[in-house]
Design a protein around this ligand. Structure first.
Ligand code: CP
Ligand code: NVA
Length: 301
């Protein structure tokens, strides 16, 4: 594994190794066992979009591993004034030991990896959010014991989260169902791959999608960069909500996850969110441990 660009690049064994390492690093942190495995190394973090969890968890994670992290806003970098990503990649490779990037186009992340000579980590694109889903899989395993044959249901927009959850879920042996409106389905190639490689369904009937679920997942109706479509989307997604009625379709003990930030009253009711807050904030915490595992795998030499 040279980079962490999308879950589709990883084998099931690589995902399982990352999850095991994340569990180990979490255990060590909880028991006060220092693990300075990246002492003296520096991660650059390029942000073209806002972030709370990704920024803080990568920066703190790098500190806990004995290294340092630089926050690089695209507003301040020359990349924001048109310096090509190919040149930025080659320059940053001379200073840093790894780059995390959050941006719009997946192609930009892939170009950074292609032209640079250091590991690149995808901290969210319009296409996918692999760091989040690694933390999600870790959280499901913590609460449910296993991933294999568990049923994961995603309700809402077929966005970056849906794309990564499909790939991560299928690669770890889960069955995956998506409940989303027509016109807002996940990536067509990902859905085709999922149907050929596992138990996958996509329907506009959210109650059918949630039937027998062990985990219900949702995300905002309008992602970063789609603010201008918010009104149109609010109309298209009306009713695509994780509510008590929806949860009545699921298996007993069904978890609820949300990558956050959440819009209560839109994709999820306040009641369901608060009833599952423990799981949702374990999930947020696990970003830290899962990403530390990714950084150790890529940057420890
Ligand atoms: N879930 C997530 O990536 O959160 P941030 O946008 O706050 O980083
Ligand atoms: N789909 C959301 C996820 C935020 C973590 C977005 O892209 O804005």
């Amino acid at each position: 594994m040279k980079h962490f660009l999308k879950l589709g690049d990883l084998t099931p064994e690589e995902i399982s190794e990352l999850l095991a390492l994340a569990d180990q690093l979490k255990f060590e942190k909880k028991h006060g066992i220092a693990h300075p495995r990246l002492a003296g190394k520096t991660l650059g973090m390029i942000f073209q979009k806002s972030s709370t969890r990704t920024r803080v968890s990568f920066e703190v994670g790098m500190y806990q591993l004995g290294g340092a992290a630089l926050f690089l806003s695209s507003r301040d970098l020359q990349i924001g004034r048109g310096e090509p990503v190919q040149d930025t990649a080659r320059v940053l490779s001379r200073y840093l030991d790894g780059i995390m990037i959050r941006t719009f186009e997946q192609a930009e992340v892939e170009a950074l990896a292609e032209y640079g000579s250091i590991p690149v980590i995808n901290g969210l694109t319009d296409y996918c959010h692999p760091c989040q889903v690694l933390a999600d899989l870790m959280t499901i395993r913590e609460h449910k014991g296993t991933l294999k044959n568990r049923r994961l249901c995603f309700i809402g927009d077929g966005n970056n989260m849906a794309n990564s959850l499909i790939v991560g879920g299928i690669k770890t042996g889960m069955s995956v169902s998506i409940g989303c409106p027509d016109g807002y389905k996940p990536d067509a190639a990902i859905m085709e791959w999922a149907a050929a490689n596992g138990d996958f369904t996509c329907t506009s009937d959210i109650f059918a999608a949630a039937k027998g679920a062990d985990v219900v997942y949702t995300d905002v109706w309008a992602s970063m960069g789609q603010e201008g479509e918010a009104a149109k989307r609010a109309e298209a997604f009306a009713g695509y909500q994780v509510s008590a009625e929806l949860m009545a379709q699921t298996n007993p003990g069904c978890m609820v996850l949300h990558c956050l930030p959440a819009h209560r009253g839109e994709e999820i009711t306040d009641e369901v969110f608060e009833a599952h807050a423990n799981e949702i904030f374990d999930e947020a915490e696990n970003r830290l441990h899962a990403q530390k595992a990714v950084m150790v795998k890529l940057m420890e030499k």
